[in-house]
Design a protein around this ligand. Structure first.
Ligand SMILES: [Zn+2]
Length: 316
């Protein structure tokens, strides 16, 4: 060992390697809109069974499912109660995503709170319940900062914490494109669909991780926004494999929400989106290069070019 190497080692021991350089990348998986409308391939019963099996197969011990009890009375919500219980029985947790999925921007505070309370009345006391509220559409009031602050105070008064996300790969958009293609009788290349789905989730994670490191100097425990979709049911094991290959560790939702960033309440001119995005905005941190997938228009274009079978297109 050269003296220079010894000196370097001593310096590392003395100064310490920056924790962000050593810290692993951690992320919790969360699924919204439960019970969600049916996808292109599976019945809601099959979808739930597959999501549970996929999480188990992938060794994901605790995902969070954000529930809209209002969906239980829809046709696709049949057995939704049993699906929610099955997620909990498999070790996962459930939380509030409002009763009827309203936009805060277009609701008044009183109506919005009543909708939260209606969901809370259904959820509270159930096994697996956690006191987290996820804003539908990640809409925390937009430009109406008085409304934002009123809801923040009212959530706190109810003992509810913000079930924020730190990364969003627009999985709902890909699910919708798939539904539309299927309804139009197009043939779907499942390998390409899986690639696009996995690419979008990972790209969103890496983007937000870089933004977080630029903003707070470390990689926080991330919360990935996904939905209860057929794409999750079909591609989760592959997605989790790929995440691990890229250095991600899947953690429990509870562990993610124990991160110090959970206390952040960014004050930015437009209350919307990922927590990391708002924190970066608040601190004037320039965002890293925008990945293709972050735009739903670009995702639509990639879907048309890669996922819809060319053979089917030429038949028209
Ligand atoms: Zn939602």
């Amino acid at each position: 060992m050269s003296s220079r190497t010894v000196l370097s080692l001593c310096l590392i021991l003395l100064v310490g390697v920056p924790s962000a350089a050593l810290a692993e990348k951690r992320v919790a998986l969360t699924f919204d809109d439960v019970p969600r409308s049916a996808g292109a391939f599976l019945s809601p019963d099959e979808r739930t069974a597959r999501i549970i099996a996929a999480l188990e197969e992938s060794g994901v011990e605790q995902a969070a499912f954000f529930v809209n009890p209002g969906n239980l009375s829809t046709a696709d919500g049949a057995n939704g109660d049993a699906h929610i219980s099955a997620y909990v029985a498999a070790g996962h947790v459930i939380a509030n995503h409002s009763f009827s999925h309203p936009h805060l921007r277009t609701s008044d505070v009183e109506t919005y709170l009543a909708d939260i309370d209606r969901a809370e009345a259904w959820l509270k006391g159930r096994e697996g319940y956690r006191p987290w509220f996820r804003f539908p559409y990640l809409d925390e009031g937009g430009r109406d900062l008085d409304k934002r602050d009123a809801i923040r105070a009212d959530l706190a008064a109810r003992g509810l914490r913000n079930g924020y996300v730190t990364a969003d790969g627009s999985d709902w958009h890909l699910e919708q494109l798939t539904l539309d293609a299927k309804a139009a009788g197009k043939t779907i290349n499942m390998t390409q669909l899986a690639r696009l789905y996995i690419g979008a989730q990972l790209s969103a994670l890496e983007y937000h991780d870089q933004l977080a490191r630029d903003t707070i100097g470390r990689s926080p425990a991330h919360v990935l926004l996904m939905h209860e979709t057929d794409l999750a049911a079909l591609f989760l094991p592959e997605l989790v494999d790929e995440m691990r290959k890229q250095g991600w560790t899947i953690i429990a939702a509870e562990e993610a929400y124990a991160d110090p960033i959970a206390a952040e309440q960014p004050d930015v001119p437009y209350a919307y989106g990922t927590l990391i995005g708002s924190m970066a905005w608040e601190r004037d941190v320039p965002p890293p290069a925008y990945p293709l997938w972050m735009s739903t228009d670009m995702m639509s274009l990639l879907f048309d070019r890669r996922v819809v079978e060319k053979a089917a297109e030429t038949e028209d």
